[in-house]
Design a protein around this ligand. Sequence first.
Ligand code: PBG
Length: 318
Amino acid sequence: MSERFRDLRKNQEIRDKVSETTLKAEDFIYPVFIKEKITKKEPINSLPGQFRYSLDDIDEIIKECETSKIRGILLFGIPEKKDNLGSEAYNDNGIIQKTIKKIKSISKLKIYADVCLCQYTSHGHCGVLKNNDVDNDETLKLLDKIALSYAKAGVDFVCPSAMMDFQVSSIRKALDKNKFSNVKIMSYSAKFASNFYAPFRDAVDSSPKEGPKDRKTYQMDFRNPKQALKEIELDIKEGADIVMVKPALAYLDIISKAKEKFNVPIAAYNVSGEYAMLKNSGIDMLYEALIGIKRAGADIIISYGALGILRWLNDNRN
Ligand code: PBG
């Protein structure tokens, strides 16, 4: 091999030929927000370029996702009514259930759906509040109900994101028992109690309003890389088909170690705060960051910038 490395950097064509990392449409999952009881999409102020869609006007974005050939979309619902037990999340006529059915009737796009309670509970926590904390096993019962309800609507992947212990095995059992073994699980396995989620909580109104003031009793402490690997290992044992590290950019070490250690696809969630920061700085910085996530070992990248970056790559690199 030549030691004259500068020969490999002479022009864009040569650089592209020897590049060790590329971003492809298939790498990406695009998060989509659907809000109940609106008729036109609303821009999300905290996430530049992103929208809260209505059930009536998702067709266009679904088409765009399908033609872009991305791996799939990740759905988040914003219900009209919230209550103590987040019952709209497991209402068979809830906003996500309706959305799944509609998308399935117009497209072949793969649908991933977030399974959590925080957008649906009046207190804003990801589970059932009891004695001023979130009760693990009471919450599992509700997560099972949400997953089953999404499965009935036709979802491809359920994505438990509440960080309750044993949420994956509980959902896997519930799905299998009800003849939904074809529905797969992408688990938020190493989900950290991160400050980078702030724009998302603003977008879906899910900040804690009662009980503990934050999510630190269930989401991971970001000082713990070893525990993150244990969480991932356990989720795989419990039946997760894809495991996730979230956020991505401040957690590249975890992505890289998980990729080396485990044999299931590793997803990385480039979260709202990371996206907002990069989007405001420029698309080439977003590109560099996404390459970093891929280089660290992510097989799948969940990013609000997915469609934008693919458009930009098409225009600039071909
Ligand atoms: C629901 C959930 C959150 C995100 C994804 N699923 C918020 C949270 O845990 O508070 C954050 C996504 C993002 O910041 O882009 N539990």
